[in-house]
Design a binder for this molecule. Structure first.
Ligand code: ATP
Length: 454
C-alpha cells in the first residue's frame, strides 16, 4: 500500500474515523464501521449533499426508499442478467481478481460491461504480461463473470429460497425509479424535476482492497433528474457543472479532480462521464454523471405493466421521461476528503478539512487540569458553545500536545482558558491551519466562530 494511504488508514483507526468490521472476530472482509469521528465526517458530507441537492433546489425532492424491493426490479433493470464483473483466480495463491482491473494495470483497454467472451479473449491474449498483484505469478483460471447482487431469504421461509431470492439493493436509484409515479402524483413537480436519496447499497465486489474506496456494503448519494427527450442533454451539461462545483465547494483541490468520458457506452446511454479523484493509488472514479435516455422507466413500465408516461401540461405531449443521473459514494468522498486534507508540516500532522466538514468545530481546554477555577471557567465556555457548535473537551497532557492532537483530526479552532481569563474574560483562540493565536473576548466568541465557520 502507498505510504500516504497507509498513513491515512492508520490515522483513521487510531483516531476513531474508521474501524474494520467485526475486528474481535478477526475482521470481515470489505466491510468497515465508522467510528465516532468518521460518523461525524460522513454525516457532514451527507448533509452538504442534501443541502445542495434538495434544499437549494426547488426542482428536486428527497426520498428514502427501502433497501429491499420486489425482485422483478432487478430483472427489469438488467442487474440479474448483466450486473457482473469478470473474475479470474490466481492458481498459485488463490487470490480472486478482477480481470478488467488487471488489464487496465498493463494499459489494455477493457471494462466490466464487455461480454464474458469478449473480455476472456482480450485476457487470454495478454495473459503472459499479467502478474498476480499478490504473489507475482502469472497463472490464472479461466475467466468467469460473477454477478454482484447480494441475495437474501427475506420473507421466504422455504429451504430452497435461493431459487427465488430477494436482493439487497445494488444501487439506490432503483428505489427512485419505482417511486417516480408516487412522487409525480403526490408532489407539485413538473418535468424537469429530480428525486434525490442517500442510502446503503450492497455489492459482492470481487476485489475489495483500497480501504473504504471499494466495499461490499456502502452508501450512495444519488439524484435522478427526469427530463423531456428534447432537453435532457442541455440539463445534463448543467448537472455536470453543478456536481463538479460541489466537490470544489467541499474544499477539494481542482487539480485533484478530472473528468473521464466513457468511450464504451451501454446500448441505451446517451453520454457518460465520471468525476475522478487523484487518490493515493491514482485517479479513480468518485462519481458517475450519466445520461441514461428513457431506458429505466421503459423497462419498469414493461416489467410491471404500469404506464409510466408523462403528459406535458402545456403541450399535452406524452412521453417516457429521459433520465440524467448523478451517482456518488459517501465512502469515496470521505476518502477523497481525507486524502486531500492530509498534510504534514514540520513535526505535526494536520487534517486541513474545510471547517464545515470537520468532525469537531471547536476544542476547549483549561490550561491546567488541576486548577478547579480554570476547569470551572472552561466548562462554562464549553457549555455555552456546545448547543451551537460540535465541541470537544480536552484536559490531558500539555497544551502543545492537545493542539497537535486536534490538528490531526481537523478541529479548526482550539480555545484555551488560562489565568488571564479569570481576570478579564478573554481566552486564546488558536487557528489549526496557521497555528496563530489571538486573544478574544468570551462575549464575542459565538459570533466570531459563527463568522469563521461561514
Ligand atoms: P467501479 O467501476 O469503481 O466499480 P461503478 O461504475 O460500478 O464503480 P456505479 O455503479 O456508477 O459505480 O456507482 C456509483 C457510485 O457509487 C460510484 O461512483 C462510487 O462512488 C459508489 N460505489 C460504487 N460501488 C462502490 C463500492 N463497492 N464501494 C464504495 N463505493 C462504491
Amino acid at each position: 500500500m502507498d505510504d500516504k494511504m497507509q498513513k491515512i488508514v492508520s490515522l483513521c483507526k487510531r483516531r476513531g474515523f474508521v474501524f474494520p468490521s467485526s475486528e474481535i472476530y478477526g475482521g470481515f472482509a470489505a466491510v468497515y464501521d465508522l467510528g465516532p469521528l468518521g460518523a461525524e465526517l460522513a454525516n457532514n458530507i451527507k448533509q452538504q449533499w442534501w443541502k445542495s441537492m434538495v434544499y437549494l433546489r426547488d426542482d428536486i425532492v428527497g426520498l428514502d426508499s427501502a433497501i429491499f424491493m420486489h425482485p422483478k426490479t432487478w430483472e427489469a433493470s438488467g442487474h440479474v442478467s448483466g450486473f457482473a464483473d469478470p473474475l479470474v483466480e490466481c492458481k498459485n495463491c488463490h487470490s480472486r481478481l478482477r480481470a478488467d482491473h488487471l488489464l487496465e494495470d498493463i494499459d489494455v483497454q477493457a471494462d466490466e460491461k464487455m461480454s464474458e467472451e469478449e473480455i476472456a479473449e482480450i485476457f487470454d491474449k495478454n495473459k503472459q504480461k499479467i502478474k498476480c498483484p499478490q504473489c507475482g505469478k502469472s497463472d490464472f483460471t479461466k475467466l468467469k463473470k460473477f454477478n454482484l447482487l447480494v441475495k437474501s431469504n427475506l420473507g421466504n421461509f422455504t429451504e430452497d429460497w435461493q431459487k427465488a431470492p430477494v436482493y439487497l439493493r445494488g444501487e439506490t436509484c432503483q428505489g427512485i425509479y419505482l417511486n417516480y409515479l408516487n412522487v409525480l402524483n403526490s408532489m407539485r413537480v413538473k418535468i424537469p424535476f429530480g428525486i434525490a436519496q442517500i442510502g446503503k447499497a450492497f455489492r459482492n465486489e470481487i476485489t475489495a482492497r483500497q480501504f473504504v474506496y471499494r466495499t461490499r456494503e456502502f452508501e450512495q448519494m444519488e439524484m435522478q433528474y427526469f427530463c423531456s427527450p428534447q432537453t435532457d442533454m442541455a440539463e445534463y451539461e448543467k448537472l455536470r457543472q453543478y456536481r463538479w462545483q460541489w466537490y470544489l465547494d467541499l474544499g477539494i483541490k481542482e487539480e485533484n479532480l478530472k473528468w473521464h468520458k466513457h468511450e464504451n457506452l451501454v446500448f441505451y446511454a446517451k453520454e457518460a462521464y465520471d468525476i475522478e479523484y487523484n487518490f493515493p493509488f491514482g485517479f479513480k472514479e468518485l462519481e458517475g454523471v450519466h445520461a441514461r435516455g428513457n431506458y429505466d422507466l421503459t423497462q419498469h413500465s414493461k416489467f410491471s405493466g404500469v404506464e409510466l408516461d408523462y403528459t406535458d401540461p402545456e403541450t399535452k405531449e406524452k412521453y417516457i421521461p429521459h433520465i440524467i443521473e448523478s451517482s456518488a459514494g459517501v465512502g469515496r468522498t470521505f476518502l477523497a476528503l481525507l486524502s486531500d486534507a492530509y498534510s504534514e508540516e514540520n513535526d505535526r500532522v494536520v487534517l486541513k478539512l474545510k471547517p464545515s466538514l470537520a468532525p469537531y468545530k471547536v476544542a476547549v481546554f483549561p490550561l491546567l487540569a488541576n486548577k478547579p477555577e480554570l476547569v470551572a471557567k472552561a466548562r462554562e465556555v464549553f457549555e455555552t458553545l456546545k448547543s451551537e457548535f460540535v465541541c470537544v473537551w480536552d484536559d490531558r497532557g500539555n497544551i502543545g500536545k492537545r493542539y497537535y492532537s486536534q490538528d490531526e483530526i481537523g478541529t479548526p479552532y482550539c480555545l484555551t482558558i488560562d489565568f488571564d481569563t479569570l481576570e478579564n474574560d478573554t481566552l486564546t483562540l488558536r487557528d489549526r491551519d496557521t497555528a496563530k493565536q489571538e486573544r478574544v473576548e468570551i462575549g464575542e466568541l459565538k459570533a466570531l466562530i459563527r463568522e469563521k465557520l461561514a
